[in-house]
Design a protein around this ligand. Structure first.
Ligand SMILES: *Cc1c(COP(=O)(O)O)cnc(C)c1O
Length: 355
């Protein structure tokens, strides 16, 4: 009997992934996320092109990290590993913890103390990971994880693990399958730079397989306080409201620069104010709530439109990497509204509405 229900990215794209019949597939049915056309937003920023948002916040743990994690945990299981470990700005740890639980494996996560969005912390604790907050930043946590990986006692599931990138490239496949073509421009945030590396690989593989007849230009955006690739040097103390891209020394730096060069792309930086403005605008104009890091490419797009870089009629995609509910503190602070408290009477409510 043919089973038609979606069973995750490994099952769907196995021919493009380093798996065999013997790989135990650990999946939460990740992937198959919506590609949403957003005309109100394009009108609001004065553009004249088709913009589609790949809403990766609708993955099982609410970020794109699940695409890479299904691969990393499945391969770790195949090798007989018992403990997976990662450094994280929050979403990798949430994803690792969930997939490890499903694989009956132990999970250890190292987080920068005090810099993790509330929702992400809740996830890692609920899924039962050993959660360690280090007095340092992400880059320092990753250094420790790399050193622990060398002991051979734990399996590192950060994107320095090459199968993470393999899993993440499936989002490019989905975009092309959903659009029935490749976009002209692909916008995304850049932190550790695994995702820009993965997306570019995915597009190239689909091009080689003749599934698409063109390649997009890759447009990446970093936060101004954490822009090592833009500035050409590691940043010792990265800082931004977009905690998912608060990274000073990206592991996939070369992957990013290759993608930019080969695709005739662009990498830029956007300020926290620009990020928060785009974050609010996409929620208010389209009803799409993303976490701050996901708004960085939208802030970048607003700049690109002002510069006249996006020709009329272009097809543009942008990745909404994580769900807005990941970071409720930021949302409540940024929204600029608080609920109005009134007596439990119709007249009082009418007064607030202005009717
Ligand atoms: C991990 C993450 C990023 C950054 O992706 P990289 O692969 O590290 O460049 C951006 N946004 C969100 C929500 C993330 O979780």
């Amino acid at each position: 009997m043919k089973i038609s229900r979606w069973q995750g990215v490994i099952n769907h794209y196995a021919e493009y992934l380093p798996v065999t019949d013997k790989t135990p597939v650990i999946s939460l049915c990740e992937g198959n996320t919506p590609l949403i056309r957003v005309k109100n937003f394009v009108d609001a920023i004065g553009g004249d092109f088709e913009l589609y948002l790949k809403y990766e916040g609708l993955n099982p743990t609410c970020s794109f990290k699940d695409r890479g994690m299904t691969m990393a945990v499945s391969k770790a299981k195949e090798r007989g590993a018992e403990v997976v470990i990662c450094a994280s700005t929050g979403n990798t740890s949430a994803s690792a913890a969930a997939y490890a639980a499903r694989a009956k494996m132990k999970c250890v996560v190292l987080l920068p103390n005090g810099k993790i969005a509330l929702g992400k912390m809740a996830q890692s604790l609920m899924y039962g990971a050993t959660t360690i907050a280090i007095e340092g930043n992400f880059d320092e946590a990753l250094r420790i994880v790399r050193e622990l990986g060398e002991t051979g006692k734990v399996e590192v599931v950060n994107s320095i693990n090459p199968v993470r990138i393999e899993g993440q490239k499936t989002a490019s496949f989905e975009i092309c399958d959903q659009l029935d073509r490749a976009p002209d421009f692909h916008f995304l945030p850049v932190g550790n730079a695994g995702n820009i590396t993965a997306y570019w690989r995915g597009y190239q593989e689909y091009f080689k397989s003749k599934k698409i007849d063109r390649l997009p230009r890759m447009f990446g955006f970093q936060a101004a306080g954490a822009a090592p690739i833009v500035d050409g040097a590691p940043v010792a103390n990265p800082n931004t409201v977009a905690t998912a891209i608060r990274i000073g020394n990206p592991a996939s730096w070369t992957g990013a620069t290759n993608a930019l060069k080969e695709s005739n792309g662009h990498i830029g930086k956007v300020t926290d104010d620009e990020i928060l403005a785009a974050y609010t605008l996409i929620a208010r104009t389209e009803g799409i709530f993303v976490e701050p890091a996901s708004a960085a490419p939208l802030a970048g797009l607003i700049r690109a439109v002002k510069q006249g870089w996006i020709p009329r009629g272009s097809v543009v995609t942008a990745i909404m990497t994580g769900h807005g509910l990941k970071d409720p503190d930021c949302a409540i602070q940024t929204s600029g509204f608080a609920p109005v408290v009134v007596p439990a009477e119709k007249a009082a409510v009418m007064k607030v509405i202005g009717i």
